[in-house]
Write a protein that binds this ligand. Structure first.
Ligand code: FHN
Length: 473
């Protein structure tokens, strides 16, 4: 009995510690100067917009697209954008590839149009990946598009074209820079420290340059921040974040940039999120509300297994449009954004598999996007037939698996009335089968795409609002 009591007390303590850690910085056990500076999600208009867009396009484009995942007839099994680190690829040769970078078929207006048609509300472009090659003519290095046969800026026209279509642009920026002589993974000697000090000045200069050159961008998407050299200077990344957000009010920066003074990343040593949203969901998505602790979050996804840049030989499972739509809807149902990656070819065109998915997802979003844009978690749990999302009193049932009975079971919280149900604007008649519990008949004819049923609900005063609120974890 005593043992059971002690075990229960321990569990209670753990739960308490965990929930405190996620929600109340006042009860921190470790005093931190460079930990999280805010508790809870940002509530300003820029962040509200980011949150409402829900669907983004990621584009990884750089010199690696020239190699396309192979060199000298051998195929690289890693991610295409990492090919410079492959033993079969001499770095000196890779670093000369810029002399071949000439994307004559790069038409930013077309890129923007297809992203718009896909339904993306924002896009993230690799201004500079780990190889250090800059797609903008940076004045702080010669390793840029200006030195290539193409010569012209890639980023400026892209920002303009996407903005014209109403799509927000975010700039991916890698801290890892394989090309820069002062970049280090760790600092072992005074010479390393001196070099890295110069490198940090270079980083700050480039970031300032990007914001000044492209003032309409909405945020930075940082990457390559896991090395000791970076993690061990939490003061720098903290000051950098504050500097950038002062320079460009409203700027959105996820949790990848910073480390606290103890080297903790994403979440500080007291387990509070650093940055404006949780940015660690890469090629995986949360399963339940508790996984995201009420934080804003974003998941980034590749179409094949692990390829971000262009790889001519996609290996492994290639996700279908329906699978990707399911990931998008699942993300919405868990209060997060979903960003789908594309890796254009070196000439500036997209491979047919990507074009097809953009079109198919776009066709689905044109009809069903209201279940995604501005929508979030419904607080109704995860049904077997798919996902619930919600915007105000509109509850969307996004159906992926119809049971053989052809009836979808729905249970609403107490004191919540189901005013009407419809599918594609056509009324559907729910059957009341229990207290606040319904069958929604949809038949069981074979379907080739997920579909949406809209439930208009209304809540009486004193209704169990808690069921509709974010999970308290
Ligand atoms: O190493 C990179 C990878 O190439 C790609 O850019 C992804 C995108 O999220 N980020 C890094 C790994 O986290």
């Amino acid at each position: 009995m005593k043992k059971i009591f002690m075990a229960a007390a321990a569990v209670l303590l753990l739960v308490q510690l965990h929930s405190n850690a996620q929600s109340s910085p006042n009860k921190d056990s470790i005093p931190l100067q460079h930990g999280a500076h805010r508790s809870g999600n940002r509530t300003d208009a820029d962040m509200a917009r980011w949150r409402s867009l829900r669907f983004g396009q990621f584009v990884h484009w750089g010199l690696y697209a020239i190699a396309g995942g192979e060199w000298n007839g051998k195929i690289y099994n890693g991610a295409a954008e990492w090919i410079r680190s492959w033993k079969e690829m001499p770095t000196a040769v890779y670093d000369q590839l810029y002399k071949q970078f000439n994307p004559v078929n790069y038409h930013p207006e077309q890129w923007a149009q297809q992203a718009k048609d896909m339904g993306a509300g924002y896009m993230i472009i690799t201004t500079k990946h780990h190889d250090g090659f800059c797609l903008w003519p940076s004045k702080y290095t010669r390793y840029t598009v200006a030195a290539s046969p193409y010569k012209k800026d890639i980023i400026g026209p892209m920002v303009e074209a996407y903005n014209k279509k109403g799509i927000d642009v975010y700039l991916y920026f890698s801290i890892i820079d394989w090309n820069h002589p002062d970049w280090r993974t760790s600092l072992k000697t005074p010479a390393d420290s001196a070099a890295y000090k110069r490198f940090k000045v270079f980083v700050k200069n480039q970031l300032t340059e990007l914001l000044v050159k492209y003032p309409t961008v909405k945020g930075f998407w940082f990457d390559g921040t896991w090395d000791d050299s970076w993690k061990n200077d939490g003061a720098f990344s903290d000051e950098l974040e504050q500097y950038l957000q002062k320079l460009h009010p409203g700027l959105i920066i996820g949790s990848r940039l910073r480390a606290d003074e103890r080297g903790a990343r994403h979440f500080d040593s007291n387990n509070h999120l650093m940055g404006d949203y949780e940015q660690g969901w890469e090629r995986k998505l949360p399963e339940q509300p508790a996984d995201v602790h009420g934080n804003d979050w974003e998941g980034v996804m590749t179409i094949p297994e692990n390829q971000w840049g262009y790889h001519a030989h996609w290996l492994g499972h290639i996700k279908s449009s329906n699978e990707l739509i399911e990931m998008l809807v699942k993300s919405t149902s868990l209060g997060g954004n979903f960003v789908l990656n594309f890796g254009p070819k070196a000439d500036g065109t997209f491979r047919s598999e990507e074009v097809q998915r953009m079109q198919e997802i776009g066709n689905w979003m044109k009809v069903n996007g209201s279940a995604v844009y501005g929508a979030s978690e419904a607080g109704l749990g995860k049904p077997d037939w798919g996902y619930y999302t919600r915007r105000g009193d509109s509850v969307f049932m996004v159906v992926f698996n119809v049971p053989v009975s052809g009836n979808l079971r729905v249970k609403l919280p107490a004191k919540t009335t189901l005013a009407e149900a419809s599918a594609s604007g056509q009324p559907v008649t729910p059957e009341l089968i229990g207290k606040n519990e319904y069958f929604i008949p949809v038949g069981n004819a074979p379907r080739h795409a997920p579909f949406v049923i809209l439930l208009q609900t209304s809540r009486a005063a004193g209704a169990e609002g808690g069921h509709f609120e974010k999970a308290k974890t």
